[in-house]
Ligand binder design. Structure first.
Ligand code: SAH
Length: 341
């Protein structure tokens, strides 16, 4: 248990004998003011000291390494957890917004061939507090620069829908406690069909991104092993039910790999899946990782693929790669920097 694992009742339990408004002050301080217990000037000094020493209110994340790229627009933080596991968090600044990319697991069991986290294997699930605190750290850093953190994407290490309950608890806390709009949160999944089905039943307006990367089973099973368990037909059916039930935004992620999934046939197959679902397609050239030899598509091939989708009536955006030099780009998070793993 750490600082951001407690709801209001949980915080009240840490304050026996104190009036009820103290728990609300503590809650407001942690989640709205993004403050540490010893910074809470609304509380009497002895109480502040007492709270600052409570193990239940200890921080979950210890900064182990920080790197900056893209002329200061991107920060990557490596955090060590209480048991030595490490996760990465990336803050991306844009002219009119700031986005944090958070991890939901230490490592990942999905073993996607082109992904550095997948190449490293599974460590463990993150607790709710370990996820929420990543957002708080990013929101604090943004605030110190006079910015507001307004988007959260679950595209760091791990498969969020394989850690469903803790991730959903974190999502609710980020929305309700911290106050970031649900529509500004994106859960990204490799295609965990039961998780997509459950998410469709949640009263939460979060966006869903499905990492497709291939639109035929033969290729997709090679890139994304989970496709053998949940083949494209089942992913597509789950997406259809999701859109029908929720009317929420659905997008497909597609990392363009030179000569592998950037051909005209691939655009045909992708359009056939994306169009009926009105899904938005995000293209990003594959980032290099140590365990996968193919390279990302050239800028010209990316444009051509985009135009082919566009001609087929698909909504498509090319995403700029961030933090490539510091291994902070999509799929590069391996927890290696300074962690000695
Ligand atoms: N497990 C979740 C979320 C984490 S990965 C998922 O798979 O969606 C976030 C995104 O980065 C996914 O779309 C993933 O396929 C993509 N990605 C992984 N490795 C990549 C790489 N080397 N280059 C570009 N994108 C990559």
């Amino acid at each position: 248990m750490s600082r951001y694992d407690h709801d209001l009742d949980g915080l009240a339990d840490l304050l026996p004998g104190e009036p009820a408004f103290r728990a609300r002050q503590l809650h407001d301080g942690l989640y709205r003011q993004l403050a540490q217990p010893d910074e809470l000037s609304t509380l009497p000094v002895p109480l502040r000291r007492h709270l600052a020493a409570l193990p239940e209110l200890a921080p979950a994340l210890e900064l182990a390494d920080a790197r900056r790229a893209d002329d200061g627009a991107t920060d990557k933080w490596l955090f060590r957890l209480h048991d030595g596991a490490v996760v990465e968090t990336v803050l991306m600044r844009y002219p009119r917004r700031a986005t944090v990319c958070v991890s939901s697991q230490a490592g990942c069991a999905m073993a996607c061939s082109f992904c550095a986290t997948g190449q490293g294997g599974f460590g463990r699930h993150l607790q709710r507090g370990e996820i929420v605190e990543q957002v708080v750290r990013a929101a604090r850093a943004a605030r110190e620069e006079g910015r507001r953190l307004d988007h959260v994407v679950f595209m760091g290490m791990g498969e969020p829908l394989a850690n469903y309950d803790r991730v959903l608890a974190a999502v609710r806390s980020i929305v309700v406690d911290i106050g970031i709009g649900a529509r500004n949160l994106t859960l990204s999944t490799v295609g965990v069909v039961p998780g997509i089905e459950r998410l469709a039943g949640e009263p939460l307006q979060v966006s869903l991104a499905v990492s497709l990367h291939a639109a035929n089973d033969e290729l997709r099973s090679r890139l994304v092993p989970l496709n053998r368990r949940y083949p494209l037909d089942t992913v597509r059916a789950a997406c259809a039910r999701y859109v029908e039930r929720t009317h929420r935004r659905l997008s497909f992620e597609w990392a363009l790999i030179a000569g592998v999934n950037d051909r005209t046939d691939d655009a045909d197959e992708l359009a056939a899946i994306a169009r009926p679902l009105h899904a938005h397609v995000n293209l990003i050239p594959l980032n290099p990782t140590p365990g996968y030899l193919a390279v990302g598509s050239s800028a010209a091939a990316v444009r051509r693929f985009r135009d082919e989708l566009d001609r087929r009536g698909v909504n498509v955006t090319v995403r700029a790669t961030r933090g490539r030099d510091i291994a902070a780009a999509c799929g590069q998070l391996a927890g290696s920097a300074g962690a000695g793993r």
